[in-house]
Design a protein around this ligand. Structure first.
Ligand code: NAD
Length: 462
């Protein structure tokens, strides 16, 4: 049981705000102390955390370590190493209208921030934003997802028993509690979840003019060109699609394959599924379950029985759906009308690349765009020409774990970004301060205005 359960959330937020105003969260040494504390908290509890995630959707110990806890360690280690450098004021050259002067742009924490996270990577999607917020010197309220309830309960208990509530506090709850939190005036909100709830968050934030970062959903296309390395393409698409049971925001959603290699790619994909899940997906530790019955039912309805190449069935009591490959899907099929977010892999084919690209451009901007080809020039041109949050050439998903590049969406897939330095900057306000000496004054700016002064201004600022 958390030590703070008798306090209302608005009292805790007020407490955080007062603490922030004392400036005690600001020193680099304090920020580092809490980042180390967070790392220690995870290190000491790896096993019980993995057990909790397993209870939520049978995600294996291997995967909890590999793509949850380790990713938080990577971000903490990076912040500990780079924090001093990231926090250093930047000193640009003053523009002509300000000289003589010295300019300084410093990174100032927003204050008390709210991080709201989804269920689908219940550790890293909750804690990586927290690492960035803490590194930037903010105090943090975390609202983990009620859907991954075992993990959220454990995470909240660990956090609230370890951290002073004025520094970092986790508030469990669903829609009701989140709505209450959203009515409070925070200095910044970082939300990860669906595009639908992203809109609710942004509306609520507008009431207080609170800046938001929204990490939202994506219907991420994969384009496979005839000159790709077919074996590697199939291997990487299969890994990316079925990772976390297909329940990843950056998962390849649907595959556009060139007509000329369609049959070969389907064969390779089938072989890879057999290999990666040892022909027995239900026993595989690499395929977590569907998170709940609602999503299970939704996904099963997306499968057109007449176009199943592999899989296609499920076991409701187990919330298990076979890795499923679907062929000859068209844009009008139900599966193309929403984010899939499950282990279903629809194939669409094309023969005119330009027409396909024009069609993709007209759709809402996805979170990721994947292209498989040996023609890097063409791939780069396609990546530059189509708006998406991020993307890869010849691989899927793993750009998410690269902390030297910013991660985030655009348009319907979100706004703002994080990871590494980008996360630190997301939780910092860039404050410009210009220092002027007293030995010189630009006298022409003062009234009374004269033609002579105007001439000088025109001369200087043309
Ligand atoms: P969700 O939007 O349903 O929930 C996210 C959070 O919002 C949860 O903490 C939940 O309690 C809260 N919430 C839900 N309904 C709310 C409401 N009406 N008012 C206020 N708060 C509410 O998302 P989810 O189902 O947990 O996660 C899956 C979705 O998140 C997918 O669409 C996926 O693409 C997206 N996602 C995006 C990223 C990213 O980095 N862009 C990462 C993971 C997941």
């Amino acid at each position: 049981m958390s030590k703070n359960e008798d306090r209302s959330i608005s009292e805790i937020v007020e407490n955080q705000k007062s603490y922030f105003l004392t400036g005690k969260s600001m020193p680099i040494a304090t920020r580092k102390k809490y980042l180390r504390e967070l790392k220690l908290m995870l290190q000491e509890n790896e096993n019980i955390i993995a057990e909790a995630v397993y209870k939520d959707y049978k995600k294996s110990y291997f995967e909890v370590i590999e793509n949850e806890i380790s990713l938080v360690y990577v971000e903490i280690n990076l912040a500990l190493r780079k924090l001093r450098k990231w926090s250093k004021p930047h000193r640009p050259v003053p523009s002509i209208v300000s000289i003589p002067a010295r300019c300084m742009v410093c990174q100032q924490p927003y204050g008390t921030v709210l991080c709201i996270s989804p269920w689908n990577y219940p550790i890293q999607l909750a804690l990586i934003p927290v690492v960035a917020a803490m590194a930037a010197g903010n105090t943090v309220i975390l609202k983990p997802s009620e859907i991954s309830n075992h993990t959220s309960a454990l995470l909240s208990e660990l956090i609230n028993n370890r951290f002073p509530e004025e520094v970092f506090y986790a508030q469990e709850g669903g829609i009701e509690e989140t709505t209450e939190l959203l009515s409070i005036h925070f200095d910044k909100i970082f939300f990860t979840g669906s595009t639908h709830v992203g809109r609710i968050v942004m509306r609520a934030a507008a009431e207080h003019l609170t800046p938001v970062t929204l990490e939202l959903a994506g219907k991420n296309p994969v384009i496979v060109l005839p000159d790709c390395n077919l074996k590697m393409t199939a291997k990487r698409i299969v890994w990316g699609k079925f990772h976390n049971g297909g329940q990843a925001c950056v998962a390849p959603d649907h595959i556009y394959v060139h007509e000329s290699i369609k049959e070969k790619l389907l064969e390779e994909v089938k072989m890879n599924i057999e290999k990666q899940f040892k022909g027995n997906a239900i026993e595989s530790e690499a395929l977590p379950r569907i998170i709940n019955e609602k999503n299970y039912n939704r996904l099963m309805k997306l499968i057109p029985a007449d176009r199943v190449v592999l899989g296609g069935s499920g076991i409701k009591e187990e919330l298990f759906i076979e890795p499923t490959v679907l062929r000859d899907i068209t844009e009008d099929d139900t599966i193309m009308q929403e984010e899939i977010f499950g282990p279903l892999m629809p194939f669409l084919s094309f023969d005119d690349l330009d027409a396909l690209l024009e069609q993709i451009k007209l759709k809402p901007s996805p979170l990721a765009l994947y292209i498989f080809t040996r023609n890097f020039r063409l791939a780069r041109k396609i990546q530059r020409g189509i708006r998406s949050g991020g993307g890869m050439i010849n691989d899927t998903v793993v750009h998410f774990v690269n902390s030297s590049t910013p991660f985030g969406g655009v348009g319907e897939s979100g706004m703002g970004n994080y990871h590494g330095r980008a996360g630190f900057e997301t939780f910092s306000h860039r404050k410009a301060v210009i220092k002027k000496p007293n030995w010189f004054e630009l006298w022409i700016k003062y009234p009374p205005y004269t033609n002579f002064k105007l001439k000088i201004i025109k001369l200087l600022l043309r």
